[in-house]
Design a protein around this ligand. Structure first.
Ligand SMILES: Cc1cc2nc3c(=O)[nH]c(=O)nc-3n(C[C@H](O)[C@H](O)[C@H](O)COP(=O)(O)O)c2cc1C
Length: 372
């Protein structure tokens, strides 16, 4: 059986599967369950110093289903970061590290554009024992009104400055979580890497409007008849997430080979995860998949990834990370390759056995057998 263990930024995880920040990491009880079920690491729901400013609404999810199977493949949320008091979180981080000293617990943090606040939140989480940080520069709704989340992630200059503050205070690894709601994800990613972040995580949710109810004419999810654009996740976003991870994979391979990528977006199987790793991801996060299938998904993911690795003879994750990046090229190169392949096929069709040659046919056959 393949070895799923990964070492990422000095942390050794039993497998690359990480609970993505969101409802599956919303308190110590559910995080304990995730460790018990064998997840490689857990990223807690995003916290901030002053939770009193965070007010969540209900309903805050809307789901898109296939017409025939009713399977959920798209999920919109208008959920904010955690509205639980920061002190309660600090107690729970301590409890979790006491209970799971070997478990990798990552704090997802978010603050306004305020150096002291970022430094304080880093220091207090480190004192509570967390193993690493993920900086939430990517929540697309609600918090941009306070210039937080995606509003920060869409401004590379501010993002770089905030990452510099965080890295001046953090002794643990720092991942910057990217918003996909930008033209070129490599620009904010590179800003975070320049500022010393050990890794980038991508993607957070895609800004979306799930739909409009044709009876009430109100957009969904409807809170007292009104809504805001929300964040789209689940299977439907996977191709977009893979494209962005591929771009980050190329950036890291070319310019920052010691940094890491945590791939996120629509992962529900080990085979989905293998694709993120083939495009350069070191770890793979799952959020909506856990909301659909529960924490037991960890063993399905490990089995699927392990079967994929056995089939190809890969003994470790390092054996195939980034392997498929080499197959991305330019469109002009695709045209040239297609032309070359057609010419080669034509030559192959022309080749006859030499016992079949007659007359001067060896002239044509010599041409077909030549490579210029
Ligand atoms: C209901 C919900 C709440 C989320 N809350 C957070 C959050 O607090 N912080 C964060 O960084 N990402 C949050 N996310 C984004 C996820 O961590 C993840 O980046 C995104 O959903 C794509 O992955 P998925 O398709 O596996 O869910 C949330 C996602 C959902 C669906």
């Amino acid at each position: 059986m393949a070895n799923l263990e990964v070492t990422v930024n000095g942390m050794t995880l039993p497998n690359p599967f990480v609970i993505g920040s969101g409802p599956p990491g919303t308190n110590a009880n559910v995080i304990s369950k995730a460790f018990d079920e064998g997840w490689g690491a857990v990223i807690a729901k995003t916290v901030s110093l002053d939770a009193s400013k965070v007010v969540n609404v209900a309903p805050r999810y809307a789901r898109l289903r296939a017409n025939d199977s009713r399977e959920i493949f798209g999920w919109e949320n208008i959920e904010l970061i955690s509205d639980r008091p920061f002190d309660a979180w600090i107690d729970e981080f301590k409890q979790l590290k006491d209970k799971y000293p070997d478990g990798c617990l990552i704090a997802s943090i978010m603050e306004e554009y305020n150096k002291d606040a970022w430094i304080e939140i880093v220091q207090r989480c480190e004192e509570a024992g967390v193993d690493a940080f993920e900086l939430n520069f990517s929540c697309p709704h609600g918090l941009p009104e306070r210039k937080m989340g995606a509003a920060m992630g869409q401004n590379p200059e501010i993002l770089e400055e905030v990452c510099t503050w965080v890295n001046s205070a953090a002794t643990k690894p720092v991942w910057a979580k990217m918003t996909p709601n930008v033209t070129d994800i490599t620009v904010p990613a590179e800003a975070s890497l320049r500022a010393g972040c050990e890794g980038v995580a991508a993607i957070n949710t895609i800004l979306s409007v799930m739909g409009v109810d044709l009876e009430t004419l109100r957009p969904e999810p409807s809170v007292e008849g009104y809504t805001v654009p929300g964040g789209y996740s689940c299977k439907a976003v996977r191709p977009i997430a893979l494209r962005m991870v591929m771009q980050l994979g190329q950036l890291i391979r070319e310019k920052y080979p010691d940094r890491t990528i945590s791939g996120i977006g629509g992962v529900e199987t080990g085979e989905d995860a293998a694709q993120f790793i083939l495009l350069g991801a070191h770890t793979v996060q799952v959020c909506t998949g856990v909301m659909k299938f529960g924490y037991g998904l960890a063993s399905t993911l490990c089995d699927g990834l392990s079967a994929f690795m056995d089939k190809h003879g890969f003994e470790s994750i390092d054996d195939f990370r980034g392997h498929s990046l080499q197959y991305f090229t330019t469109h002009a190169d695709l045209v040239q390759r297609q032309k070359d392949a057609k010419a080669a096929a034509k030559r192959a069709r022309m080749v006859k056995k030499d016992t079949e040659w007659s007359g001067d046919e060896f002239v044509e056959q010599s041409e077909a057998l030549s490579r210029d």
